[in-house]
Design a protein around this ligand. Structure first.
Ligand code: MG
Length: 381
């Protein structure tokens, strides 16, 4: 079998005005998707989603450039996969998409699920968490966060991650005011769902420490990227101060970038993203995490094909047990797939089919034509 062609499907969907969401200073106005397909001369095709943060049209250019090393080659040749280099996001996202598509293709050739190739003992379902809590506005109705959380409880979802809301400077939000909302949320949920907070690197260490101590007291599942990533010693101090895991690393694309965080005990859980580094690098990072006694919860934003790549990795890896599912991507998220997987009672079930177990829907290019331009606009108040 030989690889004949690589193509990149660039897809978009504008959010309806009521579905647009603001976090920090950004209003997100559309959903994007980039899918890499690797075709062969025997009719099998491998598919993988690249993180749209690499910009779909720029990912397509890199996939075209990288394809010369794959066309005409045996898909099972272990030397053909490109590697992330940590130097440019569009390049590494293209690598991520190609690597995920190669895993899908190789598993299809072997007649096995990707998870079974990673581990014969792989589970056939993975626990999910609802990733959102980024619609609430400190100026309007911050309690929207609590209503959203209770909606997830009603859906049978057992964990949720939320963010810190619109720009705190706009409305004079303090750590105390924020923690007031956090305590209200925690009381409303009342132990029916695990809670986690993502700081999106927006807090100082002086803000992060009291928040971490309170989240720890409230039994939070983790505290993600509170501070800028370069404050590695600050992360180490935070890790040492609380029992609750401190997590991060979603934008790192190589194992080597995680080294100081492992060595300084600056993360308890690492969060690589197969859409920016590929399944191969994600597994390397998870194995090193295991060596350091850390867990790996993949960062999984955007669309359903990415969720499937991560679901297979989580099902197989010993130190990974929860899948992020973006709750605000809109109809593009699962509409790209011909048969979305079953999600029930807080678990995603891996389809009993080879590869990643899903196909791209036939009419995605017509239904979700690509829209150039940034997915978010900066706003000022
Ligand atoms: Mg994050």
């Amino acid at each position: 079998m030989k690889i004949t062609k690589l193509e990149t499907l660039c897809l978009s969907r504008m959010h309806e005005p009521e579905r647009q969401w603001i976090t920090a200073k950004y209003r997100t106005v559309k959903a994007d998707c980039a899918i890499v397909a690797i075709h062969t001369d025997e009719g099998l095709t491998g598919i993988g989603e690249a993180s749209a943060y690499g910009v779909p049209s720029r990912i397509r250019e890199w996939v075209e450039w990288l394809s010369s090393a794959l066309i005409g080659r045996d898909p099972n040749d272990p030397t053909i996969a490109p590697h992330p280099n940590g130097k440019g996001r569009p390049h590494d996202c293209a690598v991520g998409g190609i690597d995920c598509a190669l895993w899908d293709l190789r598993a299809k050739i072997a007649g096995k699920r990707v998870s079974q190739i990673l581990s014969p003992d792989a589970a056939d379902k993975v626990r999910i968490y609802a990733s959102s809590g980024c619609r609430y506005d400190w100026r309007k109705r911050p309690e929207q966060l609590i209503e959203e959380a209770l909606d997830y409880v009603a859906q049978g979802i057992t964990a949720m991650k939320f963010r810190i809301g619109t720009d705190w400077v706009w409305d004079g939000v303090t750590v105390d005011r924020f923690l007031g909302l956090v305590r209200e949320l925690s009381q409303a949920v009342d132990g029916r769902m695990d809670l986690a907070l993502d700081g999106n690197c927006r807090l100082t260490e002086e803000q992060s420490m009291p928040i971490a101590l309170e989240l720890d007291r409230l039994g939070f599942a983790w505290f993600e990227e509170p501070m800028p990533r370069d404050n590695i010693d600050g992360y180490a101090r935070l890790c040492a101060a609380v029992e609750m895991p401190v997590t991060g690393g979603e934008s790192f694309t190589t194992l080597e970038e995680f080294r100081p965080y492992f060595e300084k005990k600056a993360y308890d859980v690492v969060q690589p993203d197969a859409g920016v580094c590929g399944i191969s690098e994600l597994v390397r990072i998870a194995e090193m995490a295991q060596h350091y006694g850390c867990k790996m919860y993949p960062h999984s934003w955007h669309n359903g094909l990415m969720a499937m790549a991560h679901a297979h990795a989580i099902a197989a890896l010993p130190n990974s047990d929860i899948l992020e599912v973006c709750m605000i991507q809109g109809p593009l998220q699962w509409g790209i797939l011909a048969q979305p997987p079953q999600i029930e009672n807080g678990y995603l079930h891996l389809p009993d089919r080879p590869g990643l177990g899903v196909d791209v829907a036939d009419d995605v290019v017509e239904r979700f034509p690509y829209i150039e331009g940034h997915y978010a606009i900066t706003i000022d108040r």
